[in-house]
Design a protein around this ligand. Structure first.
Ligand SMILES: *Cc1c(COP(=O)(O)O)cnc(C)c1O
Length: 500
């Protein structure tokens, strides 16, 4: 039966099925698994037919393959709303040549982080999915260590039938990130600091999804709670597009010919970004290898080298904080697709991870993964040197996350001359102080905007307008609560957003 094939199901149990729009609304499957689709890769994308397409036109062709239950018209509308005006370049994700390397700049969205590509689209897909279930509303609850929160707020602001509350660790985000969130505009948003660190915020928000009293209180009004983190297919799928876009730019610029293989190097935390690249490969993109770059939290690098995933190690704070993570959730999807789609096997690994903090994949799975993925890591000192060296050699300013990728790419290139595209995940101006210090070997003590201006002047680069504009914005959110107060806070804000 044709319609059966369109269903997504959990990585941990094929019986737990959902339509794509249901998966978008739920985020995660009820058994804790991630939604996957066995039809992925059955039809290759015709790359040569996209050679003269715009980003939006490519997005339609690619996303249509992955979201079979959304109509062409719906996808067209969602894509127009997501990418129509909110990025500072029509290219959306421009490809820059720096020396002999290629940088795919993913930070031209409204919050200057690559999360915008997914989080401008997810709310559009959700609102479309809500329209299929008459009368439903969704309240997004998100814990953030900085980038996701702001990108999610900006994506969901004023989207019909949705509301969003972001919790961030009090004193745990950068000055710019805090200001980005505290000044958020929109009538359906709330931002709140939480006493404790990011792990506390994250686990407390997770506890809220399991809180029956909270969900029952709003069920009669058809309000459900959901999350905006990167395990949601509505955030993952839009990221597949820029891998094709990069490849097509390489052809247009005559750097490669159609059919030639390329590599991608991806600075990685939760494994969402690089997994989207793997989806692109399954859909026919000629990729030889993915180079996965970690900072000092090198759990993935070790996994790709040894086949053992072991999170039992100290959590390190680095200068690339968006990659400070020890559980890479989206790896579960890779294990599913590369491990013969065996849900029982995945369930076993994830139970082991839960109980002991580690698991070892079997030899054939390890071999499959190693053929396609290479893992490397970069220390803070190496990352600073890369920022400095690339600036002095080419005048190009990298953010610390991109610089982690640059180091690992350079290491890998000693063994493989295939052209490599480095994914650049944030604007250097989100981390001005660290970037300035790396390049000019001088620590500035001025306030954030003065440092941005100094960096701009000395490197002759531009400050993204959204970041500089924060200077004149009104702060709207000052709330700071203890975790025990979270259910009450959520109840109050949900009422304010949906009933007033
Ligand atoms: C989130 C983030 C990453 C990590 O991406 P994943 O999809 O979690 O692997 C890398 N760099 C920046 C700047 C980010 O915000």
């Amino acid at each position: 039966m044709l319609h059966m094939k369109n269903l997504y199901h959990s990585t941990r149990n094929k019986q737990n099925e959902a339509h794509d729009y249901e998966a978008v609304l739920q985020g995660i499957a009820a058994d804790g698994g991630l939604y996957v689709w066995d039809g992925l890769g059955e039809h290759a994308i015709d790359i040569e037919a996209m050679l003269s397409d715009s980003y939006a036109e490519m997005a339609e062709k690619i996303m249509r393959q992955l979201l079979p239950d959304f109509s062409d018209e719906e996808l067209h509308r969602c894509i127009r709303q997501a990418y129509g005006e909110s990025f500072d370049t029509q290219e959306i994700t421009p490809l820059k040549k720096v020396g002999n390397d290629y940088f795919l700049e993913l930070f031209h969205g409204p919050t200057s982080a690559f999360k915008d590509v997914g989080l401008q689209m997810l709310p559009q897909l959700m609102s479309c999915a809500l329209a299929k279930e008459a009368g439903c509303k969704v309240m997004i609850l998100t814990a953030t260590s900085g980038d996701t929160g702001k990108a999610a707020l900006e994506g969901f602001r004023d989207v019909a039938h949705t509301g969003i509350i972001v919790f961030y660790p009090d004193q745990g985000v950068s000055a710019t990130q805090q200001l980005q969130m505290a000044t958020q505009e929109g009538s359906n948003v709330a931002v709140c600091a939480l006493k404790g660190n990011f792990d506390d915020a994250q686990s407390q928000v997770k506890a809220m999804f399991a809180d029956k009293d909270l969900s029952d209180g709003f069920a009669c009004d058809n309000i459900t709670f959901s999350s905006a983190n990167s395990i949601n297919i509505g955030r993952l799928i839009p990221q597949v597009v820029y891998y094709f876009y990069a490849y097509i730019q390489m052809i247009r610029n005559r750097e490669i010919r159609p059919g030639d293989a390329v590599n991608f190097c991806v600075p990685t935390g939760n494994f969402g970004n690089v997994l989207a690249g793997y989806y692109a490969k399954l859909m026919g993109l000629p990729v030889r290898r993915f180079i996965v770059a970690s900072n000092a939290n090198n759990v993935l690098c070790d996994f790709l080298t040894t086949g053992v995933y072991d999170r039992n190690r100290p959590f390190r704070k680095t200068i690339s904080p968006s990659m400070d993570i020890l559980i890479s959730s989206n790896l579960e999807r890779l294990l599913y697709y590369m491990g013969e789609k065996d849900t029982q096997k995945i369930r076993g690994y994830m139970e082991e991870l839960q109980q002991t903090g580690s698991y070892a994949v079997d030899d054939s799975l390890k071999q499959n993964i190693q053929e396609l993925f290479y893992g490397g890591c970069s220390s803070d000192e190496e990352t600073r040197s890369a920022i400095r060296d690339v600036y002095h050699a080419y005048g190009y300013v990298m953010d610390p996350h991109t610089a982690v990728g640059y180091n690992v790419m350079k290491e890998y290139q000693k063994q493989d001359p295939t052209p490599c595209i480095l994914l650049s995940t944030a604007s250097p101006y989100k981390f001005s102080k660290e970037v300035y210090r790396s390049i000019f070997e001088e620590e500035l003590t001025e306030e954030e905007f003065a440092i941005m201006e100094k960096l701009a002047m000395r490197t002759s680069t531009e400050i993204p307008r959204n970041l500089f504009a924060l200077k004149d914005k009104q702060k709207r959110f000052y709330d700071c609560i203890k975790k025990e107060d979270m259910p009450r806070y959520i109840t109050q804000k949900t009422k304010e957003i949906f009933y007033d």
